[in-house]
Design a protein around this ligand. Structure first.
Ligand SMILES: [Zn+2]
Length: 65
């Protein structure tokens, strides 16, 4: 079982318009792993320097299969 969150789902919450259409998907075995992965992506790619943890968790889902 894999937890994942799509960058796209966070775009309305992110402030950097350059993220439009981003297809990045953060994956992990736990919510913490997904948050860590996505935070690194948001920081390095979109230069979002905010605490997005709650927003990431709100969009994190479980991939079954
Ligand atoms: Zn992105």
């Amino acid at each position: 079982m894999v937890r994942f969150a799509r960058c796209n789902a966070l775009l309305s919450l992110a402030i950097n318009a350059s993220g439009k259409g981003c297809r990045y998907v953060a994956k992990g075995a736990s919510d913490d792993d997904v948050v860590k992965d996505m935070m690194e992506h948001l920081t390095s790619v979109h230069e979002v320097d905010l605490d997005m943890k709650a927003n990431i968790l709100a969009t994190t889902k479980t991939h079954n299969g």
